[in-house]
Design a binder for this molecule. Structure first.
Ligand code: AMP
Ligand code: MG
Length: 398
């Protein structure tokens, strides 16, 4: 049986990189950047005026002039005008500094009568004040974004500022989520006392969506070898990634591993020394599809999806790995079996900036209602059984 770390390594090694595609800026949020973005021009591209007011020559102010006839007005977006000695140009924030001007006096510090701007008597000024110098943020050609980042709203601003209407990103993997089980009934359908609501499929798709993997569809298959074979075959033909829930344990209706083998999906591993989620199965299909078969218990499904599937999709999408996170236990935890424990937790941070973990004990790995309000789960390594208050342990946010 693999350890959790070995399982992660085996999955990461097996994942194939997605191709790239070009998307418009409007569709780029949340996608993984696959190109560098360089500055189109210096930033700012011209000496940019930072205040509404007047543009003057500092030398005029310095030699005692306080009344400046207004020669003209220049708005943001107007070409730079040329300032005459002893005069002022009425100027707006965002305008290009007029030729000959080297000082901006804010509108709050002047009064205007008969087109003459009078600066307050006690006003102190300096050369180049309120001028955002050309190229002072970055110069033309600077690499602003690197491949591998998940595009944020801030990155959208950078891509737009670089003049790119389209951008190269990783193709979204086509993902099929399959709930297996005779007992499962979808929300909205009539349910008998002996049946179970089908919650894993919608939850897994929601988690994938939350991580920006949106090309997902769900199917439900009863525990019947032939139907499983037929449906999984169909999904393998169209998907890059297939995620099954249920049917991977030792029960008499747990046909999933055998059916996958019959379909030519090569097993990479079956079972991980972990709780929850010990029976997890992973394999690679005939067209290099990644096939995850997650145990059906809802807590197991969600933890395994977050712990293994999400990082696998990140790898396939060429995402730059994130730094590991940690949290400090606020209570003692004892965990006896020689298994890695993934323990759901709520988080708070204290005034010292430490992230504190308040573990939430689920009744069983079917007790998914306890997960509400949790921020993620802690990873408690398999060699240890006692974790004291104050111990810092790896944290995985949902
Ligand atoms: P299995 O892994 O198929 O043995 O399922 C383990 C437990 O999880 C059983 O009690 C199932 O009823 C439950 N289960 C399996 N799949 C789902 C699902 N999609 N939604 C909710 N519960 C499920
Ligand atoms: Mg089942």
């Amino acid at each position: 049986m693999l350890t959790a770390a070995e399982a992660t390594n085996a999955i990461q090694a097996a994942m194939q990189a997605c191709d790239t595609e070009s998307v418009s800026l409007d569709d780029a949020i949340g996608r993984i950047l696959r190109q560098s973005v360089h500055a189109e021009r210096d930033q700012p591209p011209f000496d940019r005026v930072m205040m509404d007011g007047i543009a003057i020559r500092f030398e005029d102010f310095d030699s005692g002039t306080r009344a400046f006839p207004i020669q003209s007005t220049q708005h943001a977006g107007d070409p730079a005008q040329t300032l005459a000695a002893g005069k002022a140009i009425e100027i707006m924030t965002g305008a290009s500094l007029p030729d000959g001007a080297n000082c901006i006096v804010p509108v709050e510090r002047i009064s205007v009568t008969d087109d003459v701007a009078e600066i307050e008597a006690d006003y102190e000024s300096a050369a180049r004040q309120f001028i955002h110098a050309r190229g002072s943020d970055h110069s033309e050609g600077t690499e602003l974004l690197r491949p591998g980042l998940r595009i944020s709203p801030m990155d959208i601003a950078i891509i737009a500022s670089a003049g790119l209407p389209e951008i190269e990103v990783s193709q979204s993997p086509t993902i099929r989520v399959i709930s297996t089980g005779n007992e499962l009934v979808a929300a909205g359908d009539n349910i008998e006392p002996h049946q179970i609501r089908m919650s894993n499929g919608p939850a897994v798709i929601a988690m994938l969506n939350q991580h920006s993997y949106t090309d997902c569809r769900h199917d439900h298959i009863v525990d019947d070898r032939d139907l499983l074979k037929e449906h999984i075959q169909y999904h393998l033909e169209s998907a890059n990634v297939v995620i099954l829930s249920g049917g991977v344990s030792m029960g008499k209706a747990d046909f999933v591993p055998q059916v996958l083998a019959d379909l030519g999906v090569e097993v990479v591993f079956h079972k991980i020394s972990q709780r929850p989620g010990k029976p997890m199965w992973f394999g690679i299909g005939p067209n290099k599809q990644a096939v995850f078969a997650l145990p059906g218990n809802p807590v197991s499904t969600l933890v395994c999806c977050r712990q293994y599937v999400i990082p696998a999709l990140a790898k396939a999408s060429a995402t730059t790995p994130k730094n590991p996170e940690f949290a400090t236990l606020t209570q003692d935890v004892t965990f006896r079996p020689q298994l890695t424990c993934f323990l759901p937790t709520k988080l708070v941070s204290n005034a010292a900036g430490t992230v504190l973990a308040m573990p939430v004990h689920t009744n069983t790995s079917g007790d998914f209602a306890s997960l509400t309000g949790t921020d993620g789960y802690l990873e408690l390594e398999l060699e240890e059984t006692h974790f004291k208050t104050g111990t810092t342990v790896p944290l995985h946010r949902w």
